[in-house]
Design a protein around this ligand. Sequence first.
Ligand SMILES: Nc1ncnc2c1ncn2[C@@H]1O[C@H](COP(=O)(O)OP(=O)(O)OP(=O)(O)O)[C@@H](O)[C@H]1O
Length: 622
Amino acid sequence: MRDIGPGARAPDELTFSQRMANLRHLGRLFAQIWRTSRFLTLASIGLRLVKALQPIAMLYVGKLIIDEVVRLSGIASPGEDVWAWWESGALSTITFYLGIELLLVLVNDLLTRSVNLVDTVLGEMHSNTVSVELLQHAARLDLMHFESADYQDRLERARRQAASRNTVLAQIFGQAQDIITVATLAAGLAVYAPWLIVLLFVSMFPAVWGEQRFNLRGYYLNRGRTPERRQLEYVRWVGARPETAKEVKLFGLGDFLVERFRTLATAIFLDNRKLAIERTVFGGILAAVSTLTYYGAYAYIVWKTISGDFSIGDLAFLSGSFLRLNGLFHQIMIGFTQVAGQSLYLDDLFSFFEIKPTILDPAKPQSFPDPLAKGIRFEKVGFRYPESETWTIRDLSFEIKAGETVALVGENGAGKTTIVKLMTRLYDPVEGRITIDGTDIRDIGLADLARHMGVIFQDFMRFSFTAGENIGIGDVTAVDDEARIREAAERSLAAAVIEKLPGRYTQVLGRMFSKGRDLSGGEWQKIAIARAYMRDAQVMILDEPTAALDAKAEAEVFARFIGLAQGKTTLLISHRFSTVRMADRILVLDNGRIIEDGSHAELVARGGLYAELFELQAAGYR
Ligand SMILES: Nc1ncnc2c1ncn2[C@@H]1O[C@H](COP(=O)(O)OP(=O)(O)OP(=O)(O)O)[C@@H](O)[C@H]1O
């Protein structure tokens, strides 16, 4: 077997016990379906139970009919036409049998349709349940998980399974139904020729073995290709999004993207095609073995009928039973390997649920100090990203006093945003601690911490929701509170932007949906600032809050911000010195350490890195 990509184990490496262990997922799946709807689960099982008995009943009534026809063709004719036969009462038995058969056919049709209906409804409900549980679980995970490609792959695999695994249980129920049918047919067959059943069973093994091998290979092929599949999705996304269209067109990236898509898609296609061809060839050969067996047995039954041991009705019953058994045995064996194969996919789904968040609420959460008395301290904090070997920050100590506005400056990649992630517990420090009024932030409840911190990230989200919702979600409990939303919008100057929109606060923003209106970078930023104002947070953290604002808007937003920040503790990150200089105190970050600390005037006078950077920017304006 060829290399199927990183992270994929070859099928042979999976031990028998691991495969069996995967079957435990079936129990979890059943529990999930049971949670979805008890009534429909029971209905599906009950209907199938009744349906399982139908084949033997049909075959037996068929045998009775044939034997009766043979008997009737041997008696003296009571008259010329059908009425004479009817009058004589000779047809009463055959009519009765025909009536039963008709009833069986009608009931079977009704059962088939009902089972389909129940399974479809249950399957869809289950798919929704899984999707909801997946979303709920994803929401509990750490930022770390979302920033890791490996977890993204796992999420992607789980997502794919959530949409498609709902047929597994129907398949298992179908298996149970088939087994009951087989048992009844086999019992009938055993009366006539028990060794035929053994023969059938043995003839199935090659086909079952082949099927199970191909299922495993298919699974690993799929799994190993997850990164490529995600890349494929990404290229598809890049090629067809309004966000990307400008650069795709102007850089002439169309052919480049098409080529990349084609290369990825072809690699996946070639693997799949190879597997499909091998599966078809081997499957065909192995199935021919079972067919040969069937015809051998059929010839035997025919001979026994000719030699007078079996009646014509017996022949019909036995050949029918044998044919059904042959098909069903095959179906059950293949079904088992398929269910085992499906349980591999279930592993993708359930193993996602096993990923546990690491940023947790403390056992005994302390409340966020309200009002803040002393401030926030970083004490010898060291941090490196999970998949990184180098420390992003190390031995970092500084303080933001309560009520103070502190600006953090530093070159790209100095670690400014990382500090924000640590303050808000999106990550925990590897060394040292961060305290709020002396309490380690890990001892404060997560929701409480979040409630007291208003954060606007550099890459804040532009939600394709309404303008009102874009602001309101700053405090989801107040997403419908128009007065508060308007007030926050006034404060951030977003109100003037919204007034110009046709739908005002109910205007859908972004280009994702029809009638959506896109905003300029600066306008979006005002909306994001309003979102932060929705929280009556004690600590405001603004990562590049004015980067996209024009000079006039920046001055205006800032004047308001300083006014509103009275009594609040603020951390401000900016590359614009016109913004930075308004802060009470400025911290200069270099290589993960604070190298200068003081007011604008002090730092300029000191003539260090700050003075140098300030001079560089100021020179640009002269
Ligand atoms: N999720 C991550 N995993 C690994 N490394 C990361 C991750 N996020 C950031 N880094 C790295 O950490 C360092 C600090 O990044 P950070 O975003 O904190 O810088 P910054 O000072 O905010 O930069 P900028 O001024 O460009 O916004 C960078 O070298 C960056 O490559």
